[in-house]
Design a protein around this ligand. Structure first.
Ligand SMILES: [Zn+2]
Length: 307
């Protein structure tokens, strides 16, 4: 199901620009990610949610290059990674241990439940990286994995590292029927920092009131509403915030896109030692598979050894 209301992120402000928000809804992006992999249900759910969060965060940043959200841990799922270019290309990938996943599944009480990201990933960290090219400094923010779901992990980061008041709600919907894809969505709202340390004086009480109301409204947003393909994101925002001086901003489209290429892989592989290359080769060939798009690249052993 391709739908113009999905695979976009819409920015908005409420209350005269005091609070800035984003609303994301993904369908085709996820479909394109998952058709390249054979992930178990829990891994797909966790990666869908991670991808929605990555797009929300990337969209809220001013950058030219690559934004990466990476969650790494010692649990059954050892890695969830999603990256988003400033041009709107998204890719995502997961690493997991099937045996550990099965064991964890056996311990669960309900059969059909989707497991939360921290349960799957275990102890570890979540990192945000912004890479704007070789001439620039790499930005990285890191937070340890404490919280009962992905939302709590992200909120902890904003509280600890950025000290920005944030409201966040994420949604995941599993495929219903043959032709349908995983869907993920989310809403992010943040207090816009006041310039020059100036404090909101007489308005502070009102601001807090509006903030608390916005939290209640976002909390009340249902999965049925946000995944309703007949509703545009703008309509959803209007339903939520029309009483709060809503200003709807830009809508940006996102699509799946992988940045792997033969030359990059070749230079990586030619960095290995002769013994390692011998070890990896089969019938004189080395096959490397991209972890994001599953594209297979075949190299000649002798070609690699020349370098
Ligand atoms: Zn690739």
């Amino acid at each position: 199901m391709s739908n113009k209301n999905f695979d976009t992120c819409v920015s908005f402000h409420i209350h005269n620009g005091a609070f800035a928000g984003r609303l994301v809804r993904l369908n085709d992006v996820l479909q394109d990610i998952f058709k390249r992999h054979d992930y178990p249900v829990n891994v797909s759910a966790a990666l869908s949610e991670t991808t929605a969060l990555a797009v929300l965060l990337a969209n809220a940043l001013k950058y030219k290059g690559l934004f990466t959200l990476q969650i790494q841990g010692n649990g059954p799922v050892s890695l969830l990674v999603a990256d988003v270019t400033s041009e709107g290309k998204v890719r995502a990938s997961a690493k997991f241990d099937e045996e550990k996943l099965e064991k964890a599944k056996a311990l669960r009480k309900t059969e059909d439940e989707i497991e939360e990201v921290p349960h799957l990933v275990g102890g570890g960290y979540m990192a945000f990286t912004i890479d704007q090219g070789p001439e620039t400094e790499l930005y990285q923010g890191v937070v340890d994995l404490q919280g009962k779901n992905l939302t709590e992990l992200a909120l902890r980061y904003f509280k600890q590292s950025e000290q920005i008041d944030t409201i966040l709600k994420l949604f995941v919907k599993r495929p219903q029927g043959e032709s349908q894809s995983w869907q993920a969505a989310g809403v992010l709202l943040q207090k816009v920092p006041v310039k020059g340390g100036k404090e909101f004086s007489e308005d502070e009480e009102l601001l807090n009131e509006v903030w608390n109301e916005a939290a209640v409204f976002i909390g009340s947003l249902s999965a049925d509403e946000i995944f309703n393909a007949d509703l545009s994101s703008q309509e959803i925002l209007y339903r939520l915030f029309h009483a709060h001086k809503l200003e709807i901003g830009k809508e940006k489209r996102y699509e799946f896109g992988c940045r792997c290429n033969r030359d990059k892989l070749f230079s990586t592989l030619s960095g290995f030692s002769k013994d390692e290359i011998e070890e990896m080769s089969e019938d004189g060939k080395i096959t490397a598979t991209c972890g994001f798009c599953s594209e297979k690249y075949v190299f000649d052993k002798t070609e690699l050894l020349k370098h």
